[in-house]
Design a protein around this ligand. Structure first.
Ligand code: 5AD
Ligand code: SF4
Length: 463
C-alpha cells in the first residue's frame, strides 16, 4: 500500500513537470520525432514516450527535419548498432546548429549501459539528455531540464519498479502491444538484455486485464502480450501465464491474443492446454531454439537440450495440431563446430518452422560468451548463416504450400508497399496473406482463400 502511494507521488511529481513543460513551449515549437531501433519492447516503449510527449503538448512531426524534439530509442542486442547510432547522432549536428532550441534525447537499451551513455554525452555536446529503459517515466523531468539548458543522464534507475498508468500513443488502431513482464533473469550467455533491462518483473494480472479492457473499448481487437519470456509470467506471484491467457480471453471485444517470446524451458503442459482451450489465443508460437546442438545450448545457458526441444514441439503439436512455430537461431556461437552446426540444420529440417530469424553471433561486452577464447571466425559465421538461410527458405516455401486452398480469417492490417489495391492481413497462425481489396476493409476481419503460394508469402482472395 505504502509502495503504491510512493509510486503515485513519483508519477504526480512528473505530471506536474509535464504541465510545466506544456506551459513553457510556444505554439509552433512542439513537434516530436522518435526513431525506434530493435524489438517490439522498444516499439512499445516509444509509444509511451510519444504518449508522454503528447501530454506535454507535443505533436508528431512528419520528418526529423521538421521536429523540435528528436529522440533515438536504441537497441544493443546485436550487430554494430553502436557505430551506426553514433553516426546518426553526428548527422544531427547541422540541424542543431540551425536551430539552437532543438531538443535531442537518446534512450533505450544502449543508453542503459552507463559507459555508452557517458560516451554519447561527451562526444556530442549538442545532445540534451540520455536515459535508460527504466527511466521512461521521468521524461517530463528531462524535458523540463532541457528547456532550462541542463544536460542530464538518467541511466541507473534503482529498483526497476514497474510504472503503471503512463500514457501511450499507440501506433496501430486495431492491434496493440501490451507489456506483461519487464526484464529477464535467464542470463543466456550471449545476451545483453538482462543487463540493460534489469530483473524480471511481472505486471499484476488485474493491471494487464484492465489495460486490455480499455484497449478493447477503444476498438482494438488484437493484443500481443509482450515479455522477454512470457512463459515465466507471474514468477513469485500466485498466477502464471496460463491464468493470464484465460483472463485476457474473457475480455469482450478482443478477438485475438498473441504473445512473444516464449522460452522453451518454461513451456509447460498446463500452458499448452491453455492455448488449446482458449479460443482467442492464436495458434502461433515464437519459440526461439538458438541452436540444435545440446553442447552449444549448454554453453548458451539455455537449460534445455536438443531432445527436450524436439519433445516439446511434438507435445505442442499434439495439443494444438495446427500451431505454427517460428524461431530465432544464432550461428557461430563460440566453440560451434561443423558438427554442432549440422545439428542446427537437422533440427530446422525436422521441425519445419514457418519462419526463422537467423543471426550471426555477435559478442556483447559484459556477457559470458564474449569472454570465450574459441570465437568463430567471421567468414565461417557468414558461410553458416547463408547455409542456414538457404535451408530455411526451402522449409518456408514447403510450409507455405500447405496453405494452398486454405480458407481462413485475416485481420486486415494495411496495403502492400508496392500497391494501392492489394491489402495484407494475418491468419490466426501469423501467416501473412495478400489479396485485392480497398481501404474500407482496414481493421476488419475477412475470410480469404489462399490461391497461390509465392516464395515468401501467400496470395489469396476474399470470399
Ligand atoms: N548475437 C547474436 N544474436 C543474438 N541474439 C541475442 N543476443 C545475440 C547476440 N549476442 C538473438 C537471439 C534472440 C534474439 C532476440 O536475438 O536469437 O532470441
Ligand atoms: Fe536474452 Fe535469454 Fe533473456 Fe531472451 S531469455 S532476453 S535471449 S537472456
Amino acid at each position: 500500500m505504502l509502495a503504491k502511494r510512493i509510486e503515485q507521488n513519483r508519477i504526480d511529481l512528473q505530471e506536474g513537470m509535464a504541465q510545466e513543460v506544456l506551459s513553457r513551449i510556444e505554439g509552433e515549437n512542439r513537434r516530436y520525432f522518435i526513431e525506434t531501433y530493435g524489438c517490439q519492447m522498444n516499439v512499445r516503449d516509444s509509444e509511451t514516450i510519444a504518449g508522454l510527449l503528447q501530454r506535454m503538448g507535443y505533436l508528431p512531426a512528419p520528418s526529423k527535419e521538421e521536429a523540435n524534439v528528436i529522440l533515438f530509442n536504441t537497441c544493443c542486442v546485436r550487430d554494430h548498432a553502436e557505430k551506426r547510432l553514433l553516426a546518426n547522432i553526428g548527422a544531427l549536428k547541422e540541424q542543431k546548429e540551425g536551430d539552437g532550441s532543438l531538443i535531442i534525447g537518446i534512450c533505450g537499451c544502449m543508453m542503459q549501459q552507463a559507459d555508452v551513455a557517458k560516451k554519447v554525452m561527451r562526444r556530442f555536446p549538442f545532445v540534451n539528455f540520455v536515459f535508460g529503459t527504466n527511466a521512461l517515466w521521468r521524461l517530463p523531468e528531462l524535458m523540463l531540464g532541457a528547456l532550462g539548458g541542463e544536460r542530464l543522464i538518467l541511466t541507473e534507475e534503482e529498483g526497476f519498479a514497474i510504472c503503471e498508468g503512463l500514457p501511450a500513443r499507440r501506433s496501430n488502431p486495431f492491434s496493440a502491444f501490451v507489456n506483461i513482464t519487464f526484464g529477464c533473469d535467464n542470463f543466456c550467455s550471449y545476451c545483453i538484455v538482462p543487463y540493460v533491462r534489469g530483473r524480471e518483473r511481472s505486471r499484476a494480472l488485474s493491471e494487464v486485464v484492465a489495460e486490455v479492457r480499455s484497449l478493447a473499448e477503444q476498438g482494438i481487437t488484437e493484443v500481443t502480450l509482450l515479455g522477454q519470456n512470457v512463459n515465466s509470467y507471474g514468477k513469485g506471484k500466485d498466477v502464471d501465464f496460463a491464468d493470464l491467457l484465460r483472463a485476457v480471453n474473457g475480455v469482450d471485444g478482443i478477438r485475438r491474443i498473441r504473445y512473444m517470446s516464449s522460452h522453451p524451458k518454461d513451456l509447460t503442459p498446463r500452458l499448452m492446454a491453455a492455448i488449446a482451450e482458449n479460443d482467442k489465443v492464436c495458434h502461433h508460437m515464437h519459440l526461439p531454439v538458438q541452436s540444435g546442438s545440446t553442447a552449444i545450448l549448454e554453453r548458451m545457458n539455455r537449460r534445455y537440450s536438443r531432445e527436450s526441444y524436439l519433445n516439446l514441439v511434438q507435445d505442442l503439436r499434439r495439443t494444438v495440431p495446427d500451431i505454427e512455430l517460428t524461431t530465432d537461431v544464432i550461428v557461430g556461437f563460440p566453440g560451434e563446430t561443423e558438427a554442432d552446426f549440422q545439428d542446427t540444420l537437422s533440427l530446422m529440417d525436422q521441425v519445419g518452422f514457418a519462419a526463422a530469424f537467423t543471426f550471426k553471433y555477435s559478442p556483447r561486452k559484459g556477457t559470458r560468451a564474449a569472454e570465450a577464447a574459441d570465437q568463430v571466425p567471421e567468414a565461417l559465421k557468414k558461410e553458416r548463416l547463408k547455409r542456414l538461410n538457404d535451408l530455411q527458405a526451402v522449409k518456408t516455401t514447403e510450409n507455405n504450400k500447405k496453405y494452398l486452398g486454405h480458407r481462413g480469417e485475416v485481420l486486415v492490417e494495411g496495403f502492400d508497399r508496392r500497391s494501392e489495391t492489394i491489402l495484407f492481413g494475418k491468419l490466426d497462425t501469423f501467416k501473412m496473406v495478400y489479396f485485392p481489396g480497398d481501404e474500407g476493409l482496414l481493421g476488419t476481419y475477412q475470410t480469404v482463400s489462399v490461391t497461390e503460394c509465392a516464395r515468401n508469402s501467400l496470395l489469396g482472395r476474399m470470399e
